[in-house]
Each structure stands twice: as structure tokens, then as C-alpha cells.
Design a protein around this ligand. Structure first.
Ligand SMILES: Nc1nc2c(ncn2[C@@H]2O[C@H](COP(=O)(O)OP(=O)(O)OP(=O)(O)O)[C@@H](O)[C@H]2O)c(=O)[nH]1
Length: 578
């Protein structure tokens, strides 16, 4: 497995290992925040349900007034109170509608409330019609009806409270306390409703009313004690402490003292009705205020938790992004600094292995292990390039030396040694069937006389001129060599005897027609005698030269400045142009 594939797999695996738990954490934090939002909405519904409870309780007094004095004014007050209650009930129904659970218990419960309310109102209306004042039990029936209505509101409130405490358990005591305050308000208002006949018309308090007062007084005390217990953990909250002290003073001390005085003295009338009404009514307000403060504290706690959940969510998002970014950075770093560097180094090494030391080295200057390897490669490359350069110089020198060793200094033609070496190669090629090999051997006629007459320097110039004329006359592939002093040879391949003879004739004519031109002379004419031979199946180079030499000898003998060809089997060289 290649390192690059391995690193890709490793990075993908790491990405999954990092992403999956982080996705889980993100999901959890998001759900926590959503739950807090849902708890806040549940608290909204809880408050509306509480307000509805208050509104139902607000009907107690106008109901009591209508039962005592069925006047149009009291009827109007009752009608307004009922309208407000209906509107609060509708509002709660709308709020609860989108959050119905599978059982639809909240909706059913509100339908029951609606029914109980309608029944209570019907019964109260029929009770109010044509009745006499101060009848015993006037207020007992309506109170039972209202109690039934209040009871139907408990299930939706408990459901909402359960939803809230499931998310924010810390608000349990506050919600329970608020519910107890609702019940205390309920009993407190019932207690006052019991006294409406006595307060408004001066009717004597009946035994039944006294019993109801005692029962309600006991229930208020019972819930009051429980409320004090629940409030203990929150006494350090200034707003709640203040609301609590106000409720304690105004209702539990002052208002209930009025009731206790009435009960303890066993009187059937209230001495100072105005004072009783004022003190008792002023005591009811702090109860509602205290409950509002408790619900406000619960809301603040939910908001704090929601805020914390949101911060945790954003922190998780930031941590996820940072981790992923870090992973990508590590991947990029590893790919760039390690994998790519290794791949480049690998390519360079492969090129070196093929002997290509001229390839450019990867452009990396990091001080790490790969950087050190590349530095070593740079040294290796420089050493090898130097070695190759020296090798090239040496080969060039050898080539020059070889060329010098095989070149005739005077004419620039191949010397005898080179002629022998190249001649053997051409002979081998001819043996492989690449065509006939012919040899032209020629010697300048009476050259001694030229030397003697004009000097050796001029003789040398004649030799050089002969070489130049030869180069003009023969093919590039032919070999021209200086065989000896004033003797030259030409090896042609492929070339038949007839073609070689014709070529020798052209060369002879060219030499004859080109005397050596000297500045102070009219020209020094010279000629040459040529012998031509063609290689047969069994000959070696020396034998071929020997045949050409025989023919050249015949040309000399025949009077010079002529071409003689050697034919095998003829017994002697056959003269041509003689
Ligand atoms: N200038 C000069 N002369 C050379 C060179 N090599 C050989 N010779 C001369 O060439 C002459 C050859 O003379 P010979 O062998 O007698 O032949 P020839 O005078 O050409 O007469 P034939 O060959 O019979 O026509 C000698 O005088 C050599 O000194 C050379 O490199 N330069």
C-alpha cells in the first residue's frame, strides 16, 4: 500500500472518528437548547393557565353579589367577569393546540373546564332567579361549582409543569409553590365569598358558613406551611423575599387575623364591615404578586439554562470546527511536507538511477529529515555531474587524441593506421552483403623532381592540394587516406570495379587539370598514376591493397598519369586508359 493511500485512509478514518462524536455532541447540545425553548413555551402556557385560574376566581365576588343582590349592575359586573374568563380560556386553548400529545389530554381537560364552567354558570343563574336574601346555603352550591372548574385546570397545569421540570428540575419547588399560592388564593377568595351576605346585607353568618370558613381556614393554613417549606431554598432571592414578607404581613397575618377574630368570638355578624373588606382585599394582592415573582424566577432559571445550552452549542460548534480545521491542517501539512516531498524525492532518485543527474532538485528548504535527504541528494547530484563532466572531458580528449593519431598532419586525411582500421570495418560490411568494396590507390608521378626543383615545402603544398581535390571528387561515405609519402588510397562502398575505375579517371583528370598555383609562378603541374581493384570473396584488406598496388605499378610502367584496373582471374592487372 502506498504511503499516500495509507495517509488518505488514515485521514478519512480520523475524520470519521472526530466527526461522529462531535456530531453526537452537537446534536445533544442542540436538543438541550431546543428543550429549554420548549420549557419556556410550557411556562408561557402554565402562566396563562394560572391567569385563567385567577380569572375563574375573579368570578366569585360578582357571583356572590348577584346571589345576594340580583341587580342589573351586579349582573353587568358578572357578565364582564365571565367574558374575561372566556377570553382567557380561548387563549389557553389556542396555546395548547399545537402541542397536543398523542392522548390529547390537555385539549380534553380544557373541554372539561369549558363544560364545568358552563354548568356552574347555568346552576348559578338558576339559583339567582327568584330567590330570597340570606337563605342558608346560598353560597355553598356556587362554591362547589367553581371548585369543580378549578379542579379541571389542574391536569393541564401539571402537564406543563412536568414538561418544564423535565428540562429544568431546579424550578420544581418554584412551580409547586406557585401552584400552592394559586390554591391559597382559591381558598382565600372562597372564604371571602362565604362572607358576602354578611358583609353586604348584614345577614347573620349561618352554621354552614361557619363550618365552611373553618374548613377553608384550615386548608389555607395547611398550604401556607407547605409554602414556607418550599420557599426556604429561595430566601436569598431579594425580590421573592420581599414578596413573601408582604404576603405574610398583609394576608397571613392581617387579613387572616380578621377572620380568626370572627371565628374565635363566635359572632354571627361582622362588626366593622368596611375595615374587614379593606384589610382582607388588601391581603389578596400580595398573594398574586408573590406567585408572579416565583414564576418570574422560574422563567429566569429556564432562560439561564437556555443561555448556557446555547453557549454550549456554540462552543461545541466552535470546537468541532477547530478540530476539523486542525485535522485538515495536519492533513495538508503531512501531504505537503511529507508525502509530496517524499514523492518528489522518489522521482529524483529514480531519475538518478537512470543516470539523469541533470533533473532539477525539489525546491524545499525545510530543516527536517526530508530536507536533509534532499541536501544529500544535491551533493550526490553535484558529485555525479562533476564526474560526468570529467568523463566527457576525458572522452573528448581521447577522441581528439584518437583523431590526431589517425589523421595525417599535412593533408588532414586518415593516416595509414586509420585507413587500416576503417578499411577493415568497410570490408566487414561488404562481407555482410552491403555492396562491392573497391579500392583506388594512386601515387603522384615524379614527385621527387618537384621536391628537388621547388623544395619540400612546395612538395607539401602539392600533397595538400591533392588531398583537397580528392575530397571534392569522392562521396562523403568514401574513405580517403594517405597510404605513404606521396601515395593515397580511396575506399568506396558500395562501388563496382567499373564505377571505381571511372571515379579514378575523373580524379586523375582533375589532378592533371589543377596545377599548384604559387604567387610568383605560372603553376606547377603534376599528375598521378592510379591502380583500381575490387574485393573478391576470399581477400583481406592487405590483399586488396596489393591488387590495387599491382595495377598502379602497371600504370607507372605504362607511362604514368593513367588508370589501371586489376581483374581477378586475368593473371595480371588489366590496364585501362593506358
Ligand atoms: N615534400 C615531401 N616529399 C616527400 C614526402 N614524403 C615523401 N616525399 C618524397 O617523395 C619522393 C618519392 O620519390 P620516389 O619514390 O623516387 O618516386 P617518384 O619520384 O615520385 O617517381 P615515381 O614514383 O616513380 O613516379 C621522395 O623524394 C620523398 O622524399 C613528404 O611528406 N613531403
Amino acid at each position: 500500500m502506498k504511503l499516500s493511500s495509507f495517509s488518505n485512509c488514515f485521514l478519512y478514518a480520523m475524520g470519521l472518528l472526530v466527526c461522529l462524536p462531535q456530531a453526537y455532541i452537537l446534536r445533544t447540545q442542540w436538543q438541550d437548547w431546543r428543550a429549554c425553548t420548549t420549557a419556556g413555551q410550557a411556562l408561557d402556557r402554565y402562566e396563562v393557565a394560572t391567569a385563567l385560574t385567577d380569572q375563574v376566581m375573579a368570578e366569585y365576588e360578582p357571583t356572590g353579589m348577584v346571589l345576594v343582590h340580583d341587580t342589573p349592575a351586579h349582573r353587568n359586573a358578572l357578565s364582564r367577569a365571565r367574558q374575561t374568563t372566556d377570553s382567557a380560556l380561548r387563549r389557553l386553548t389556542i396555546l395548547l393546540d399545537p402541542v397536543q400529545d398523542a392522548s390529547g389530554s390537555d385539549r380534553l381537560s380544557l373541554a372539561t373546564t369549558r363544560r364545568a364552567l358552563d354548568e356552574a354558570r347555568t346552576d348559578i343563574d338558576s339559583l339567582a332567579m327568584g330567590k330570597e336574601h340570606c337563605e342558608d346555603g346560598d353560597t355553598q352550591g356556587p362554591l362547589q361549582y367553581f371548585t369543580a372548574v378549578i379542579d379541571t385546570l389542574q391536569p393541564p397545569m401539571i402537564d406543563q409543569a412536568a414538561q418544564i421540570t423535565q428540562v429544568t428540575p431546579g424550578v420544581y419547588e418554584l412551580l409547586t409553590g406557585a401552584n400552592q399560592l394559586s390554591l391559597i388564593s382559591h381558598y382565600a377568595r372562597q372564604l371571602r365569598m362565604q362572607l358576602i351576605p354578611a358583609l353586604t346585607t348584614g345577614c347573620p353568618i349561618t352554621h354552614a358558613e361557619t363550618d365552611a370558613l373553618l374548613r377553608l381556614r384550615g386548608q389555607i393554613e395547611e398550604h401556607h406551611k407547605a409554602l414556607v417549606q418550599r420557599l426556604r431554598p429561595y430566601r436569598d432571592q431579594p425580590a421573592l423575599e420581599q414578596a413573601y414578607l408582604s404576603a405574610e404581613t398583609r394576608y397571613f397575618n392581617e387579613a387572616l387575623s380578621e377572620v380568626d377574630d370572627l371565628l374565635i368570638s363566635h359572632r354571627d355578624t361582622i362588626v366593622d364591615k368596611e375595615r374587614f373588606q379593606r384589610v382582607y382585599n388588601q391581603g389578596l394582592g400580595p398573594l398574586g404578586n408573590m406567585r408572579s415573582v416565583m414564576l418570574q424566577l422560574a422563567r429566569q432559571q429556564i432562560q439561564r439554562q437556555s443561555h448556557q445550552a446555547l453557549i454550549m452549542f456554540y462552543t461545541a460548534v466552535a470546537a468541532s470546527m477547530a478540530t476539523l480545521g486542525l485535522l485538515l491542517l495536519v492533513g495538508f501539512f503531512f501531504r505537503h511536507r511529507v508525502l509530496n516531498a517524499l514523492a518528489d524525492t522518489n522521482e529524483t532518485l529514480k531519475a538518478f538511477a537512470r543516470g539523469h543527474f541533470n533533473v532539477p532538485l525539489p525546491d524545499r528548504h525545510h530543516h527536517d529529515e526530508i530536507g536533509e535527504t534532499l541536501h544529500a541528494l544535491a551533493v550526490l547530484r553535484a558529485n555525479n555531474l562533476e564526474r560526468l563532466s570529467l568523463q566527457e572531458d576525458r572522452e573528448r580528449l581521447i577522441s581528439q587524441l584518437r583523431q590526431q593519431a589517425e589523421t595525417d598532419f599535412l593533408t588532414g586525411l586518415a593516416n595509414r593506421q586509420a585507413t587500416q582500421r576503417v578499411g577493415r570495418q568497410m570490408l566487414a560490411a561488404a562481407r555482410r552483403g552491403t555492396g562491392d568494396l573497391s579500392l583506388i590507390l594512386f601515387d603522384i608521378d615524379n614527385f621527387k623532381q618537384i621536391n628537388d626543383q621547388y623544395g619540400h615545402a612546395v612538395g607539401d603544398q602539392v600533397l595538400a592540394l591533392v588531398a583537397a581535390l580528392c575530397k571534392e571528387q569522392v562521396r562523403q561515405s568514401d574513405l580517403i587516406g594517405r597510404h605513404g609519402g606521396e601515395e593515397f588510397l580511396i575506399l568506396s562502398q558500395p562501388c563496382s570495379l567499373a564505377d571505381a575505375t571511372a571515379q579514378a579517371e575523373r580524379l586523375r583528370a582533375a589532378l592533371e587539370a589543377c596545377p599548384l598555383r604559387l604567387p610568383d609562378s605560372a603553376g606547377i603541374p603534376f599528375t598521378a598514376s592510379f591502380g583500381v581493384a575490387t574485393l573478391n570473396a576470399t581477400q583481406n584488406l592487405d590483399q586488396l591493397i596489393h591488387d590495387a598496388d599491382s595495377a598502379m605499378y602497371e600504370a607507372k610502367k605504362g607511362g604514368r598519369n593513367r588508370v589501371c584496373a586489376y581483374r581477378h582471374g586475368a593473371g595480371q592487372a588489366e590496364l585501362h586508359n593506358c
